[in-house]
Design a protein around this ligand. Structure first.
Ligand code: SAM
Length: 339
């Protein structure tokens, strides 16, 4: 019997943040100058993470995605991948900004990583610098090039912001096609970290489709019954496929089977959730797996989160967490809980 929450949603997918550090400062995620970092000793060790993943697998999780922060900043990450690759999983993926991929693509492949999602918001070096505060676009492109040859089925994820990069939909699709990667456009979300979010900057899914239809012709939505993937996939007349993750204007909480673990072992049942369940101490005390499973189970059974849908119904929607609150409660940051 799968473990289901109060709204009938199973627990199938786990995002594991391995670090809250990042080597970019994306405008929509980490726009501040200073951040409070997790103390190093608080980070779950690989052995602890492996035990925790076993517990989640026992509860029905069969998809794991490693994220952060920038996961490739976590020292010896391929060793963790190797541990996780031995588990009975349907999917083992990693989300990265590609800054370090040139170096890590091959070791990750050897370690058993199955899939990569690469975040790429712009094809212009100057825009990349403005958006991320790092002058490293060429390095990212090298990383993507190396990885796309080793990982067929790589996805390119682009957060689309009005007036920032919304003139690049077509170019990103062309670039994706040139390296055999499917592109997914992400609506700008008002999550923790996005302290400068405004509804005006969001380009809604509907508008993206209209623009692409005007440029390429009829855009057909793919029917994917049973899919709980966050992206709605579409096909262009020339056969190219792309996805849109419309978490802001057309959220999909009803199908959400995802849970999150922060790098210091806090379990969150929603990207917007404000209260997490700290599991690190139980792991460090070497509590029995059944005891830890019972804690997770209790949380999941009570889960009623549908914050995306609730926020989409709000009239004067503003950034979810004010900066002062984020400073006081850094676990609300996107880069802490893992995007
Ligand atoms: N550093 C890795 C990366 O860049 O993919 C993993 C962590 S990052 C937080 C994961 C994803 O969250 C990225 O694709 C990023 O673009 C997305 N993200 C962060 N803040 C967002 C926001 N406000 N709205 C939409 N997507 C966001």
């Amino acid at each position: 019997m799968p473990l289901v929450d109060a709204l009938g949603r199973p627990l199938r997918s786990l995002r594991v943040s391995v670090t809250d550090r990042c080597n970019l400062r994306c405008e929509y995620c980490m726009p501040e100058q200073e951040y409070v970092w997790l103390p190093r000793d608080d980070l779950l060790h690989f052995e602890e993470l492996s035990r925790l993943v076993d517990v989640f697998v026992g509860l029905g999780v069969d998809k794991i995605r490693l994220t952060g922060g920038e996961p490739l900043l976590r020292r010896d990450l391929p060793q963790l991948v190797e541990l996780l690759a031995r588990k009975p999983l349907q999917d083992l993926a990693l989300t990265t900004n590609a800054m370090l991929l040139d170096e890590f693509a091959a070791p990750l492949k050897r370690a058993g990583l199955r899939r990569l999602n690469i975040s790429l918001d712009t094809l212009h070096a100057d825009r990349f610098l403005q958006l991320t505060r790092q002058n490293d676009h060429a390095r990212v492109m090298r990383g993507i090039d190396a990885a796309s040859r080793l990982f067929p089925g790589t996805k390119l994820d682009a957060v689309i912001m009005r007036g920032v990069n919304d003139d690049e939909l077509e170019a990103l699709l062309d670039y994706g096609a040139s390296i055999g990667a499917e592109v997914r456009f992400i609506e700008y979300m008002d999550v923790g970290g996005a302290t400068r979010w405004t509804s005006k900057t969001v380009v809604p899914r509907r508008e993206m489709i209209e623009r692409l239809a005007a440029r390429f012709g009829v855009v057909t939505a793919l029917e994917e019954p049973g899919s709980t993937a966050p992206a709605d996939r579409h096909v262009l007349p020339d056969g190219r496929m792309f996805g849109i993750i419309s978490s802001t204007t057309e959220p999909f909480c009803r199908e959400c089977d995802r849970a999150r673990i922060t790098a210091d072992g806090v379990f969150f049942t929603c990207l917007y959730a404000t209260d997490g369940l700290a599991l690190r101490e139980a792991l460090r005390r070497r509590e029995a797996p059944a005891t830890i499973a019972a804690l997770i189970e209790q949380r999941w059974i009570a889960r009623r989160d549908r914050a995306g849908e609730e926020r989409a119904e709000m009239q004067d929607r503003i950034a979810y967490v004010p900066l002062a609150t984020l400073r006081e409660h850094p676990h609300l940051e996107m880069h802490k809980r893992g995007g």
